[in-house]
Design a protein around this ligand. Sequence first.
Ligand code: UN1
Length: 509
Amino acid sequence: MVDTAAQTARSATTAAPTFQLFIAGEWVDSDSGKTFESLNPADRRDVVGRFQAGTAADVAMAVKAAEMALPRWKATPAPKRGEILYRYGALLAEHKERLARAMTREMGKVIAEAHGDIQEGIDIAFLMAGEGRRMAGETVPSELPDKWAMSIRQPIGIAGIITPWNFPMAIPCWKIMPALVTGNTVVFKPASDTPHCATLLVELMAEAGFPPGVVNLVTGSGGEVGDAIVESPDVSVISFTGHTATGKHIAERAAHRLKRVSLELGGKNAIVVMRDADLDLAADGIVWSAFGTTGQRCTAASRVIVERPVVGQLLERLEARARKLKLGSGLDESVDVGPLINPAALEKVGSYIEIGRAEGELVIGGAAATAGDLANGNFFAPTIFSGVEPMDRIAQEEIFGPVLSIVPVDDYASAVMALNQTRYGLSSAIFTTDANTAFRAMRDFETGLVYVNAGTTGAETHLPFGGWKETGNGHREAGHAALDTYTEWKSIYVDFSGRLQRAQIDNQA
Ligand code: UN1
């Protein structure tokens, strides 16, 4: 006998639309003839669509298309390329509501956060559109008379863009917009959990007027599509956001070809709360940073390092706030916390609960949330452990879910030590009312982002975004810094003296 849920799933599957790859300006099927499904994480019976299981042969076609489009695209004046980025940003704004609903359905984040995700895409599109008229190099004096010295940026070539599911529209835009404005062409492989979001972005790119072959989309697995992009001798730069292990794998493979790789990887972000902090403000910031996006941000806070005298008062506030959070489908505007991305994530987060119980004390949460309709999705209750030591596994390993560890410390010095005792270094924050302590934190925290009296999330697109240590490999996204990933510097010397001038040779006066 077939149960009702299975029947619903089956009929939904038949009804789900099939999407294609985008290569050389055409929507095409994969060479594999196979597809995979993308499911709604809040209700796995809802099949968002079927997507092409791309292959190395599809990647080769996409790379070829990107190669063919490159000469004209890089010869297009940068301000003209920028105009297309402006159009794209305007299209994202025009379609924001439709895109946000699609994102919440496919990825699970609550609708207000889905709007925010698209807003980051709009912001970077407009910022990078402006770079089309800046993209400054330097003009400096020469050592020699009648000679100029200057530097210009030029595109590297074909950019391989491999993106995660947690910011399924913002992050592709963070990578693709700077790649395009600087004159590169793109082969884009989105996470297999969010291929619909990627498809919607690329549809609008075509509408904005990027010429055929300038942006190509290949959906499929990391092992097949991702590796083929990384291995392609014609792809000159890879930008990847995701797990540290995958980032290392990409870096190793790309190293054989001396290919440039920009990596944004794991985090274990901490918030320090000093005894002089405004504890209500701190609690608000912590709950938003830890449980917003269901803890699935690279910038999410998963450690709170607190001066002992205020542990009790802070915990009371955190627990009260966490208890009020409503779980459910992010399309319901009263919901605070959506689902985890997939059943594997649910299992991984769950596996840390036993570890956490052995290391600290479970204050709230600690289990999948399965009441009523929640049972159809990947929901996990917001979880807090108290009495955690800085080197405990739950304070060291990236869990990527709504799990927060409270680490008590004696003073500022031990807070800094605990904060920096991690292999990661993306974001950090301090709550204090003492200006001197705030400035010390800005100096002492070993992270790419530091917040004062705010949580660890919410980076804006006009400053560099990225982490220290194993969070990355020294590259930055967003801001002017993003241009470095996608351009080569060329230094140019123009001698207009009309005679041979030998640089650095001691000439007779
Ligand atoms: C990420 O989770 O990889 O600062 C990106 C933030 C967002 C971006 C997060 N603007 O939280």
